[in-house]
Every structure is written in structure tokens, then in C-alpha cells.
Write a protein that binds this ligand. Sequence first.
Ligand SMILES: C[S@@+](CC[C@H](N)C(=O)[O-])C[C@H]1O[C@@H](n2cnc3c(N)ncnc32)[C@H](O)[C@@H]1O
Length: 387
Amino acid sequence: MAENIEKFLNRVAEVAEQSTLVKMTLSKPANKHDDLRNIYVKPVLIKGKRLFAFTYHYERRDEVKNYDAAQMLEILREMLPERFLNAVLFTVSEDVTLLVSSKGKATIQTKKVQESRAQNLDHDKQKNRLLNPANPWWYQLGLTTREGKITADMQHKFKQIYKYAEIVESLVKPMKFDDTVHIADMGAGKGYLTFALHELLTQRLNLDVDIKGVEIRSDLVLKINEIIQSDHLKGLEFVESSIEAYHPEKLDVLIALHACNTATAIASGIKAGADLIVCAPCCHKQIRQEMERSGRFDAITRYGIFLERQAVMITDTIRALILEYFGYKTQVMEFIEMEHTPKNVLLVGRKTSKNAKDPKILQQIEDLKAQYGIEKHYLETALGLKL
Ligand SMILES: C[S@@+](CC[C@H](N)C(=O)[O-])C[C@H]1O[C@@H](n2cnc3c(N)ncnc32)[C@H](O)[C@@H]1O
């Protein structure tokens, strides 16, 4: 009996240590005349310190006090079963219920939860954050401390991730989805942006998602899938595949950021009829080599750095024009501040109902290529365009 209370307290200690406690309630006062009716506990992050906020609900007032894990356990030890006969601990993966009968018999029940749950360490000031660094995956991905504090060397990375989430939110919010949103993040790498996308879409926008992170490196795929499983994240999976070999049956959103073979990814997105395509400049080498080979340098491109930049611009301008040709409204957006990386733009294509295929667009592509001595843009080949 007392054994089960001890078991419950040990479980609380474990989940407090693992940062997987979502909330806890103490109810059913042992003395029905007790002024204290119940207690609600939730984890909070205050000045970078992980604490537990106890809301004491009295008959006519509430009182909130914050404690660290050791103090929390001390209070629970005093309260169970002297003041309360029921306690429920909600963790990211299970519910643990402690019931003490009027005769003092304690039983414990554990129930696995079907859907993933995340910790919410919101203190009042943090309510509207797009991403919550206290979610366990940010620690597991190596961006935060166990307490949910972004580490000094990951501050910049997190800023980038946050900015990305802001942009994606502005793009996805106006879209209408009737069902599960199918997303492929091609060349997903260490998964930072993929987890951000999942967190944003499921926790903030309440969407049902099926996100596939396509990544060629098996070590990354293995590691990330382990994190996904340990956090019980629904609708997120990493797939070991090259972008070239990945052909999704259904695709609503295509993301291809800073990976090779972006052109193939864009071609897959167009072929699958994705409603939204977001990619970053990459793979401008092919165009740069053609520009170099043609020897038709103008006053700008004879300077190496400018040649490089111009090749990036031409590559992405042709990509944008091809997207337009296939009925996408395109937009180029700034990704992060210039000082952090030269690859600071995102090319965004939003599918319209317009059946464009406008020959004037093809002419513009031809003119650009002629001007810079380019024979073919890889995306043309990938889409079988005959220019
Ligand atoms: C620079 S990381 C970018 C990660 C992430 N998209 C981001 O922007 O933070 C590029 C990732 O793409 C993967 N990659 C490169 N070429 C690929 C291909 N053809 N197919 C699948 N993955 C690829 C690499 O292994 C690497 O992990």
C-alpha cells in the first residue's frame, strides 16, 4: 500500500528529472472539510530554471507557488495520503493514477497515451511563442540544456530556426487543408527545421500532418527516428532515401533547404502537384560552369564573387520562372539576416488555379539563358521541358 505511494513518488522524481512531466493533479481531500480542495502542478521555466508551479485551489481563493523538484517531492510526501487521496501524473507518454481508498489502501494504474503530448513550460510571458525550447526534442537534438535553455553556441541556430518557423507560419496559415497535410522535407539533415515544422503545425496550428524528412545519411535517419519515437511524435518520420529516388504519392508541401539536388526536389513537387514549394538557393554550380564556359562575362561576372552571386540569381530566377510556368505564384523572401549566411533567401511557390503554361515565360527563360551563354538549366531536364 505505502509501497504504491512510494512507487508513485519515485515515478514523479523520474519524470521531473527526465523533463517529461506535463502536469499533475492532487484531488479528493482526505478530510472533506479541508479548505484546500485540490492542487494543480505544472512545470515552468523561470529565468532559465526549471521549476514546478503549484496552484492551490482553496474554497474561495487560489494561490500559486513555485518549487524545485526536491521541494515538490517533499510536499507530495506530506500531502499523500494525509491531505489527498487521488493523484494523477500526466507525462509525455503515460498517465499514472494513484488512488487511496478511505481504508488507506493505495493502488496505482499506468496508462500509455496514444497521441504525443509535449511539455508546456509557458510562464505568462511566453504564451505566444512559435517554438518552445523546453520541448524535449530540442534537448535531444542538442540545442538546449536539459532544463530547456538554449545553449550559448546554439543561440544563432535557434534564431534561424525560429525565423524559419515564422516564415512557414505566414505561408501555411492562409492555406486550407481538408485532411492530413502531406509534407516532404528533402535533404532534412539533422532535423532542426523538420522538428520546427512539426511543432509549429501540430502544436500551434493544430494541423494533422504526415511529415517525411528525406535524408540520404543513414546515421542521421536512425538517430532522428529514435528521438521521434521516444517523444511519441505523431506524423513525423525520417526516411533514408536520396531526393532522386523519393517519389511521394501525395504531396501538399515541399520543403528543400540547403540540400543538393534541389532541382530534382522542385521537379518532384511540381509533378506531385504540391500546393506550396519552399526552397533555398543551392546547386548553382551547373549554371556557374556554363556561364564560365561560355566566356560571355559581362562587366559584372568577370569578378569571381559577382560571378558566383550572379549564378545563384540566374539559377533561382529560372527556377522561379519554371514554377510560374507550371501555375505557381512565386516570391523570394529573406530567410535570415545577411551577416549570417549569403544563402539568405527562400524561393516560395504557391500553386494557383491558373493553368499558366504561358509561352511568354518560356521566352523569358530563353532570353536569360542566351544572355549568359547557358545551354540548359537542370530543372528543364528534370521536368522534360523542351526549350
Ligand atoms: C546542409 S544540410 C541541410 C539540412 C536542412 N534542410 C537545413 O536547411 O537545415 C543538407 C542535407 O541534405 C542531405 N542531402 C544532400 N543531398 C541529398 C540527396 N540527393 N538526397 C537526400 N539527401 C541529401 C545531406 O546528407 C545533408 O544532411
